[in-house]
Design a protein around this ligand. Structure first.
Ligand SMILES: [Zn+2]
Ligand SMILES: [Zn+2]
Length: 53
């Protein structure tokens, strides 16, 4: 089974948990955010250096 990791807090996200995923506008890599980081509005930072709210 595929494992995903929150881009903000680096925690593994269980697939049964709610999370959001979207593509980095800079490099099109998938970015994942766990529900907690989404709720608290933690920033994420992509490998390419792109950061967002
Ligand atoms: Zn997170
Ligand atoms: Zn990127």
């Amino acid at each position: 089974m595929e494992k995903i990791e929150c881009t903000s807090c680096k925690q593994e996200i269980p697939l049964i948990d709610p999370y959001v995923k979207f593509e980095c506008p800079e490099c099109n890599k998938m970015i994942y955010r766990c529900d907690k980081c989404r709720t608290f509005g933690h920033t994420y930072k992509c490998e390419c250096g792109f950061a967002g709210p």
